[in-house]
Each structure stands twice: as structure tokens, then as C-alpha cells.
Design a protein around this ligand. Structure first.
Ligand code: ADP
Ligand code: MG
Length: 685
């Protein structure tokens, strides 16, 4: 049971003033459903604004507050921006530029003839001045807007900086008193504030100590939880699985296994034969051949008379795994089924029956495969693809399904630097596929200035003449997903104009059916070009797609670029990746792109990326999906994880039941970071 002190943090956001049905969705998009989420919604950065009397006083690139009079609304046709032409007291013009839906609000907020305070970053656009998506607009009768230092929060459509700031302030007022879980000596040495103060400071300004403390809390919670899992796993009995090799012998693979694959399969086979449940991670770069290793593991389970499940992070990926495995299993007599959230009615019923009576040997699916209604006759092995998208907690939910704890094999293609493996996977055993299958061609990677985009489009046209397909990855434009999608749609429109109907678009806001339909067209070769935001990062496997264009490549992390690039180079044809870069690049950005050209080794890229970025960014970048952490940045993980790990180990050695004073505090920490599955593993927890 969650300690009472934490209850106020877990109350739904609805209790905050101003949160009604309209704000719920935008908040949800950011993962903000409870008070605690809002309190932990930390600023990306802070802007220091300068109030200026007129635009002559301001420099291009500066964050300013200025009073402007609206002269004209200028809508452009189609998907172009909406511009509000304004004038300062000296008659200098400045365009306020809006894309997408924001235009509607702008129209209302900025009536022609009225004077407004406007806060934002002054940019130059051609010969004229502009502010793109001003951060604040308010009536000029009120006092000038915004403090001089202001937090900039990640936003979603329908939210403004002002709104979110207000909600955060309310959430911070509701913080309870919590006991200290950090070892006093460490707290002292690091000069970290207590938990409440750390949260307040982190919203007030770029206080590194406060941010570090909050990150450390998260790392400590994670380390502790993983140790609890390990401790409990060791004390449990699973079902030893000994396969006789009969099914594996029936596989007709068109290739010989690599040494790394054979070694990994042997390691897994060794684990499965043990009575204690396997907890193993299979790490292998994109294209390293993890699927056949997973299949071999599952066949061992089936040979031993049990069932196996493969859990994929997305519906598309589940489908693709299912198709691949089904083909590989032809002629073996092994029954395989696909179960996703979209299966309803009869079809679903019959799969559920098959799992219950054991006529289905292997099931592939999304998290739908561990819903309550799904029961297995004898589930003995769970394979989890891209485990970080689930986290260990969900894995344990699944683990509780069988009578015995199933063996677990997690697979990841995210090249994680060695230092981070521990953070992500705790104390799991690791098999590494460090050898690519033979015959892979290097992907010809080039860095091209965006000024040459017309040449790139020309190259695309020639590429299509060869009958091959291509990807076009659109940039992450700004802080908000909406803007990214607007940019992708604009690019899609121009490419469609050039190449006609067989261009398809995929992005995160499409309905799943529409997304799947586009993907299917592309996979079937009926569409030549797939334009996408980064949603294609995990998933698609189309060997005939041999060209990838990535716009504003400098904005992506190296690990992410590597993942994206891994979508090409899957067939026997030579593949190319064009990294479009902006006009002005920082030295680091230049080095990072050069590294992409130089190597295709994901592990090396990950290590060097960490090096290159060093402590450069004050607040650290949010690493979407790369780590199981919401607060801790990569740099903080590097710096603080070893400490957190040692601290957790020490605490476990002294008080493995978490029953002393610090142990009790640590329990609260586990609940706070929703690692309470860790607590539940404690006897009587
Ligand atoms: P991963 O899941 O690790 O990204 P896959 O399992 O999808 O990689 O394998 C990528 C491609 O390589 C597939 O087309 C697969 O059939 C092929 N492949 C796997 N193992 C080998 C091998 N030993 N030799 C040749 N090709 C292989
Ligand atoms: Mg794979």
C-alpha cells in the first residue's frame, strides 16, 4: 500500500484550478495526469527576457518583451504560416508568425488596431523582423508580461507557457513533507537541498544541485527496484526447460547462424535449463539478427512442452514480428498467433481459447497479451522486444501470470554505452550480438547542406527510376509535436506535388488504421516514398527501401540517427543515407555528423555521442525513450548512477527488507517513482 504521505501527489490533475475537460488531453499528452507529474514537469530551459521600449533596442536572437500595435492579419494559402503584422512605437514592423492551429488563437488575441505586450525571440526573416510563435501575448493595459527570468516548459497543443507555469505553481504548493532517503553523508558532500526545496529550485532557475538531487532520487529508486527484482528472482523457482532440438532442426533458415548468434543461443539454452528464472538481455545492433535468436529460445520452450510469448512495443512491430516468425515456422507444426488490442470478438475469443488450452504455442503481441482476460496453459518464456518502452514493472505483471515465474529474455537494438547498461537493465545477464551477418554492405552516408535540397530531390527521382524505394525523415522543428507534424505535412505536400500519388505520410497523430494503411502500402512496394516524423524509428523492415533522407540531421541524437539509418541497408542493394544539415553548425554538431559518416557501429556511436556532448547542455536533453528515466539526463546518469548503485547496494546489504528508518524512507521513494513493484516483491511488502 502506498504510504499516506504520498497520496496528495497521486491525486488527479483535475483538482488543480483551471483544469477542466479541455486541458486534460493536452496534459495527458505530456504524461501529466497526477499532481506529482506536474510537480516533476521540469523546465527545458530558462529564458532571460529583456523589456525593451522599441525594436531598435533589441538584437536579433534576443528574448524580449515589447509593446506592439497590430496593423494587419496576413493569411497565406494552404499550409503556409499565418502572419500578424505589427508595429512598435517607432513604426518598426515586426511579423508575428504562427503555424497550424495556433493561428486561431492568434487571430483572437491580436485584433487589428489593438496594442499588445508580446514576449518572444526576435528573429530576422529576409529583410524583416519576426517573432515565431510568441511565448506570451497580453493586453497592453496590464503590466508587462512575464518575469525577467522565465521557465520554458515542454508543451503540447492546447497548452501555453503561462498555463503550465500556473499549474506547476499550484502543484508545488501541495508537496508533502517526506523523510530523507539519501544517505546523510552524501547529501552533505554534494550540498544537495532536501526533496521539497530541490523541486522548488528546479522550477525557479537553472540550479544544478537541485536538478542533480532530483535525478539522483530517480536513479536510486531504479537501482533499488532492480536489486529487489534480482533478489526476488533468485529466491524463486521457475520451470527448467530442456528442449530436445527437434523443432529447431526443422527450421529451414536460408543462412548459417553467426558465431555471435550461436553463442547467444547457447547462453540462453543454459539459462533456460536452470530452475531459477532467466533474466537476460540480448543486445544487438539493428540488423544483427536478434529475431532468429528469439525464435530459437521460444522453440526450446515449445520443445519442452511449454508456451512462449513475444511482446512488441507497437502494433506495427508486433505484426511484422508475427509475419516473419510465421514464415520461418512454416513446416514445423508450431502454432503461432497474433494478439493486439485491436483484435475483437470471435477472432480474439479463439486466440484466448488457444492460449488457455495450449493449442497455441507462441503468441506475438502488444501489451494486450498480458491483460487480465488472457490466460495461458503453460507460459514459460517471455521475450520482450525493445524493453525500455515497457520497463521492468510491466514485465513483472506478465511474470505473475503463470503458476511459475516465466523466463525472461529482453531484446534491445538501442546501442547503449556500457556505463548505461546498468541503469537500464540493472543486474540482468547480457548476451551481445557483436557481429553482423556476413555480406552486409556499408551504408553510404553523406552530409549535404540543406541549400542543395533541390539536388536531393533530383537524386530521389533518379533513385525511383531504379525501382527502389526511399524514406524521408522530417525534422523535429520545435518543442512541440504539433509543429513537427505541421512541418512533416508541408514536406509531404511538396514531395507529393513532385512525385505524385505514391508518396505516403506517417506521423504520431494519425489514427492507427491510417498509419498501418500507409505502412502497408509502403511495405508492399505500392508507395515509393515514405515521409515520416521519427515514428519509423522502430519497426519497419523494407529491404527495397535503400535511400534515406534525414532533414536537419543535426537536431537528432546520434543514437537516434543510427536507429533511423538502420532502416536502410537491409537488402542486398547498396544503400545511401543523406543527412541534410542546416547552414550554420556548431563544432560539436559538425563532429557528430562526421562520426555518422565514419562509422556504422552503434555502440561506438553511442559512446562517442556521450563524450561529445559532455556537460555541454546545462539542463541536459530529454532522451526520448532511450532510458527508463524521466528526470535524469544522460549526463546525470553517467555522473550519478555509480553513486546511486553503490548506495542502493549498501542499503540492501544492511537492510534488505527495507524496514529500518532509511529503509522506510526508501520505500516512499520507490512509490514516488512508481517502482512500487519493487516493494511488493518484499515479503509482506
Ligand atoms: P534485428 O532484429 O537484430 O534488427 P533481424 O533479426 O531482423 O535483425 O535480422 C535482420 C536481417 O538479417 C533479416 O533479414 C534476417 O533474416 C537476416 N539474418 C539474420 N541472421 C542472419 C545470418 N546469420 N546470416 C544472414 N542473414 C541473417
Ligand atoms: Mg528486430
Amino acid at each position: 500500500m502506498r504510504p499516506e504521505a504520498l497520496n496528495s501527489l497521486f491525486v488527479e490533475v483535475d483538482v488543480l484550478d483551471g483544469v477542466g475537460p479541455k486541458l486534460r488531453r493536452p496534459l495527458e499528452k505530456l504524461g501529466l495526469t497526477r499532481i506529482k507529474d506536474v510537480a516533476y514537469h521540469l523546465p527545458d530551459r530558462f529564458v532571460e527576457r529583456r523589456a525593451v521600449a522599441n525594436l531598435d533596442e533589441a538584437g536579433v536572437g534576443e528574448n524580449i518583451i515589447v509593446s506592439l500595435t497590430v496593423r494587419e492579419h496576413r493569411a497565406s494559402g494552404g499550409r503556409g504560416p499565418f502572419r500578424v503584422i505589427t508595429e512598435d512605437v517607432l513604426g518598426n514592423h515586426c511579423a508575428l508568425t504562427y503555424f497550424g492551429r495556433a493561428s486561431y488563437t492568434a487571430k483572437k488575441q491580436l485584433p487589428v488596431g489593438e496594442r499588445r505586450w508580446v514576449a518572444g525571440r526576435l528573429d530576422q526573416y529576409g529583410q524583416s523582423l519576426q517573432i515565431v510563435h510568441p511565448e506570451h501575448v497580453s493586453e497592453s493595459t496590464s503590466a508587462p508580461l512575464g518575469q525577467l527570468r522565465e521557465a520554458v516548459y515542454p508543451l503540447s497543443e492546447g497548452l501555453t507557457q503561462g498555463r503550465i507555469t500556473g499549474l506547476v505553481q499550484q502543484a508545488l504548493k501541495a508537496l508533502p513533507e517526506l523523510p530523507e532517503w539519501i544517505e546523510p553523508g552524501l547529501l552533505d558532500r554534494m550540498q544537495w537541498p532536501d526533496w521539497q526545496e530541490a523541486l522548488r529550485e528546479a522550477h525557479r532557475g537553472p540550479h544544478a544541485a537541485a536538478r542533480d538531487r532530483l535525478a539522483y532520487d530517480e536513479l536510486l529508486a531504479n537501482a533499488l527496484a532492480l536489486m529487489l527484482v534480482r533478489q526476488s528472482n533468485r529466491s524463486q523457482r521457475g520451470a527448467p526447460l530442456a528442449g530436445d532440438g527437434s523443432l529447431r532442426a526443422k527450421l529451414r533458415l536460408p543462412f548459417a547462424l553467426t558465431g555471435a548468434q550461436k553463442r547467444s543461443i547457447a547462453e540462453i539454452e543454459g539459462d533456460l535449463a536452470q530452475p531459477s528464472p532467466m533474466l537476460r538481455l540480448l543486445q544487438g545492433d539493428v540488423g544483427a539478427g536478434k529475431t532468429v535468436v528469439a525464435l530459437s529460445a521460444m522453440l526450446i520452450a515449445v520443445e519442452a512442452g511449454a508456451q512462449a510469448a513475444l511482446l512488441a512495443p507497437t502494433e506495427i512491430l508486433a505484426r511484422q514480428h508475427f509475419e516473419t516468425l510465421r514464415k520461418m515456422l512454416e513446416g514445423t507444426g508450431v502454432e503461432i498467433a497474433l494478439l493486439t488490442g485491436r483484435d475483437k470478438g470471435r477472432a480474439r475469443e479463439s486466440i484466448l481459447m488457444g492460449l488457455l488450452d495450449g493449442s497455441i504455442d507462441i503468441v506475438v503481441g502488444t501489451h494486450a497479451i498480458f491483460q487480465d482476460a488472457v490466460e495461458y496453459r503453460n507460459l514459460a518464456l517471455v521475450v520482450i522486444d525493445e524493453q525500455h518502452r515497457f520497463g521492468v514493472g510491466q514485465r513483472l505483471m506478465l511474470a505473475r501470470k503463470g503458476r511459475r515465474t516465466p523466463h525472461t529474455l529482453a531484446m534491445t537494438a538501442t546501442p547503449i554505452p556500457r556505463t548505461l547498461t546498468l541503469a537500464q537493465y540493472g543486474e540482468m545477464d547480457v548476451s551481445r550480438l557483436d557481429e553482423l551477418p556476413p555480406g552486409r554492405q556499408a551504408i553510404d552516408t553523406r552530409v549535404v547542406s540543406v541549400e542543395r535540397i533541390a539536388d536531393v530531390v533530383g537524386a530521389l527521382a533518379r533513385h525511383f527510376e531504379t525501382g527502389q524505394q526511399a524514406y524521408w525523415v522530417c525534422p523535429m522543428v520545435r518543442d512541440s509535436e504539433t509543429d513537427d507534424i505541421a512541418a512533416a505535412e508541408a514536406r509531404f505536400a511538396t514531395l507529393k506535388e513532385r512525385f505524385g500519388e505514391d508518396v505516403v505520410l506517417v506521423h504520431g497523430q494519425l489514427r492507427p488504421e491510417a498509419k498501418d494503411a500507409a505502412m502497408e502500402l509502403f511495405a508492399a512496394g505500392k508507395a515509393r516514398l515514405l515521409v515520416a516524423t521519427t515514428v519509423i524509428e522502430v519497426g519497419v523492415d523494407v529491404p527495397n527501401a535503400t535511400l534515406m533522407v534525414i532533414e536537419q540531421a543535426e537536431r537528432f541524437g546520434l543514437a537516434q540517427l543510427h536507429q533511423l539509418r538502420g532502416r536502410v541497408g537491409r537488402g542486398s542493394e547498396k544503400s545511401t543515407c543523406l543527412l541534410l544539415r542546416g547552414n550554420t553548425l556548431s563544432e560539436t554538431a559538425r563532429q557528430r555528423l562526421a562520426l555518422m559518416r565514419e562509422t556504422q557501429d552503434g555502440f561506438r556511436l553511442a559512446e562517442e555521442d556521450l563524450e561529445l556532448r559532455g556537460g555541454g547542455e546545462l539542463l541536459g536533453t530529454r532522451q526520448s525513450g532511450d532510458t527508463p528515466f524521466r528526470i535524469a539526463s544522460l549526463e546525470q546518469i553517467q555522473k550519478l548512477l555509480p553513486l546511486a548503485h553503490d548506495d542502493a547496494r549498501l542499503l540492501m546489504d544492511r537492510d534488505g527488507g527495507l524496514s529500518g528508518t532509511r529503509g522506510e524512507a526508501a520505500r516512499q521513494l520507490l512509490y514516488l517513482f512508481e517502482r512500487d513493484w519493487g516493494v511488493q516483491l518484499l515479503r509482506g511488502g
